[in-house]
Design a protein. Structure first.
Length: 478
């Protein structure tokens, strides 16, 4: 059996591979590793090319010398989809256990074109309710319990309490029912008849949500049926897969998701939708993540937003602090690599300066330029920073987790050096033929020098706090 390290920038993870035939991907549960499938390897690999994934933050991806905390479910799903698309290069049978089932649901809903069928094994996804009796009456000591406890304790120790706690917190908060309703491929639910952690009542709740699903209950099994009754588990999966026809493929679904979804030449990007007709460029110190609300609002208006992280910010590769013209040139290279042409480019804050330069340098890439919270003004850097401080008290608290995370990643040195390189451009006059939008409480734009400014509710990050109003303003003018 081959164990290989897979690189999907900016992340990497371990995958155990065995067998030949149609591809089959296995995703372990909370605190687990690929070893949780050890009783299934031989039976499944006799018919399929099997990949047992070890998620970031768990298994061999984690050690005391190299800490990797778990990603959000949508982020790890996007990462796995990129890996399937680039390395396996064809739709897969996807199997997820417990938390891994929750991740598998995100993969199947986000990229149904990559999932031939879906198997959810004692999966989470339906919110837990306060019903301890359902869990207590299913207490059961199956065969192989001691052997599994040895593996589970080793994996839990390797993952560490922080990774397990963070992932468990996601499980408690997440509700996958909207995604379950969007699943279009054949789905099999496999449950142990005495599951004390995710009792059978949750499987039945999932069955009501999924359009094309059936439930298989395995006897003499609890929460780990693939270990506790492997013969019945393997037989159930092989029978299910053998009855999947090529016509029963997942159809495209209109699911919005905003994780990192691509990496080209050191530039990471997020996107939703297939057309890449709306490009979003973030402000100083930030990343593409804070466009989430605005991107979703535009997505539901029929656009396909895509937002890169400028070099040195967000998830993109580090590099020297650059000015707006150099950032524009880097974005032109990135746009060529991902196939963007004649799109609407929306800049926020200093992102306005970048898209204005890009419009001049590469007019073939830019159909229209929209600037939200433009900073062009003759004021000094000291005055600009004072205005930024005023704005901080006008922004919603929900914005600050995005700010703190992004600023921590960028660092104060890069923040100040980038501001210095942008300073001469900020003092220039406002370019012609750009559409200017601002929050009505934004202290940064020089309103005396702006003609035709479109105002929406909010402060400098109006696209975050009032995404629908901002999206409506953009839609009207483009």
């Amino acid at each position: 059996m081959e164990l290989q390290r897979v690189e999907v920038p900016p992340y990497s993870f371990w995958v155990r591979q065995e067998g030949a035939g149609p591809p089959l991907v296995l995703i372990h549960g909370l605190g687990g590793s690929s070893d949780w499938w050890r009783h299934n390897f031989d039976a499944l690999a006799a018919h399929y090319r099997m990949y047992a994934v070890e998620l970031i933050g768990f298994g061999r991806n984690q050690s005391f010398l190299r800490l990797n905390f778990p990603l959000q479910f949508s982020e790890i799903a996007s990462l796995l989809a990129r890996w399937i698309e680039s390395s396996i290069e064809q739709p897969v049978h996807l199997v997820g256990h417990s938390m891994g089932g929750h991740v598998a649901v995100h993969v199947a809903a986000q990229r149904p074109d990559l999932v031939r069928s879906l198997v959810l094994v004692s999966s989470t996804g339906v919110p837990f309710r306060m019903a301890p009796a359902e869990h207590i009456r299913n207490l059961f000591f199956p065969r192989g319990l001691f052997g599994f406890l040895v593996v589970m304790l080793r994996d839990a120790f390797r993952a560490g309490p922080t990774s397990i706690t963070l992932a468990y917190g996601q499980l408690l908060r997440a509700d996958a029912r909207p995604l379950l309703r969007a699943l279009s491929m054949p789905v099999l639910l496999v449950w142990g008849d005495h599951d004390p952690l995710v009792p059978l009542v949750y499987a039945k709740a999932m069955l009501r949500e999924i359009p094309n699903a059936r439930l298989e209950v395995l006897s003499h099994a609890s929460h780990i049926p693939m270990w506790e009754n492997p013969e019945a588990f393997n037989r159930t999966l092989l029978t299910f897969f053998s009855n999947i026809s090529d016509e029963e493929r997942g159809a495209a679904a209109s699911i919005f998701s905003w994780p990192i979804s691509g990496w080209n030449g050191g530039v990471a990007h997020r996107e939703a939708g297939p057309r890449r007709d709306l490009i979003l460029i973030h402000g100083l110190g930030m990343s593409s993540s804070y466009f989430v609300n605005f991107a979703e609002a535009m997505f539901h208006r029929g656009w396909s937003p895509i937002a890169p992280d400028l070099r040195g910010f967000g998830e993109s590769r580090d590099g020297p602090a650059l000015g707006p013209l150099d950032h524009a040139k880097e974005l032109a290279v990135w746009a060529d690599a991902v196939g963007i042409r004649n799109a609407v480019w929306v800049g926020h804050s200093i992102g306005c300066n970048v898209v204005a330069h890009l419009r001049v340098e590469r007019p073939d890439l830019v159909r229209k330029t929209v600037c939200i919270g433009p900073l062009w003004s003759p004021r000094s850097i000291v005055r600009l920073m004072a205005d930024l401080l005023i704005d901080a008290f006008r922004e919603p608290l929900a914005l600050f987790p995005f700010v703190v995370r992004a600023y921590w990643r960028a660092g104060l040195a890069r923040w100040f050096m980038t501001l210095r390189r942008y300073a001469p451009d900020l003092r220039n006059s406002i370019p012609a033929d750009v559409i200017l939008i601002s929050g009505n409480r934004d202290p940064l734009p020089n309103r005396e020098a702006i003609n035709g400014l479109i105002e929406v509710p909010g402060a400098h990050a109006c696209h975050f706090s009032y995404p629908h109003e901002t999206a409506e303003a953009v839609t009207r003018v483009v």
